[in-house]
Design a binder for this molecule. Sequence first.
Ligand SMILES: CC(C)(COP(=O)(O)OP(=O)(O)OC[C@H]1O[C@@H](n2cnc3c(N)ncnc32)[C@H](O)[C@@H]1OP(=O)(O)O)[C@@H](O)C(=O)NCCC(=O)NCCS
Length: 174
Amino acid sequence: MFSIIEERASDHETVVKLARLSLGNRFTDSPAARMRAGTTPVPGLSMIVLENDKLVGTIRYWPILIGAGTKAIQLGPVAIEPDHRGRGFSRILIRYSLERAQALGHRIAVLIGNPALYGRYGFEPALPRDIVLPETEDRDRLQVMALAPGALDGLSGAIRPDTIPSLTSNRLTA
Ligand SMILES: CC(C)(COP(=O)(O)OP(=O)(O)OC[C@H]1O[C@@H](n2cnc3c(N)ncnc32)[C@H](O)[C@@H]1OP(=O)(O)O)[C@@H](O)C(=O)NCCC(=O)NCCS
C-alpha cells in the first residue's frame, strides 16, 4: 500500500539522501543543480511516495525565471528508491505534481532531462523556442511545458534561478 503526500519537514534529510544517492555527482554538479542554487523548493509541490511508512520516492520543484523575468518552475530531481523502481511511482509523482502545479496557478514548467522520456507528460524541447540554459552543457536536454494556455507564446531567453522571494507566491509563509 502506498500513498503520495506533501513532503514534511521531517522528511527533508531522507529526501536529500535519496536524491543524492540516485543522482550521484549530478545532484550538486550539473546545470539543473546550479539552477536550484540560492532558492528554496516551490511550496506545495514537494511530494513524496510512502510505502508502509517508508519514504521511497521524491519530487521537488524550484522557482526560475525565463528571459526578461517570466516566472516558471523547474521540475526535479525526481528519484525513486532503487528497489522500488519500475512500478510507476515516478510517473504518478510527475503527473500528480504537475496537476497540482496547474491548480496552484503555475503557468510554465521546465526540466533538464532526457527528451525521449518526458514528452508523454507534455514537455517539449526548449531550444526551438530559443529558451536556453545560460551554459552549453545540457542545452539540448532543456524542456518546457505550458501549464496554462498560451503561457509559452512569444517567450524566449535564458533561464536563471528566481532567488528573489515573490510577494505573489506563498513562499514567504512556507
Ligand atoms: C528515473 C526514475 C525516477 C524512474 O522512476 P520509476 O518509478 O522507476 O519510473 P516508472 O516506473 O514510473 O516508469 C515511468 C516511465 O519512465 C521510464 N524511465 C526510465 N528511465 C527514466 C528516466 N531516467 N527518466 C524518466 N523516465 C524514465 C520508464 O521506462 C517508464 O516508461 P514506460 O511507462 O514506457 O514503461 C528512477 O529510475 C530513478 O530514481 N533514477 C535515478 C534518478 C534519476 O535519474 N532521476 C531522473 C532525473 S532527475
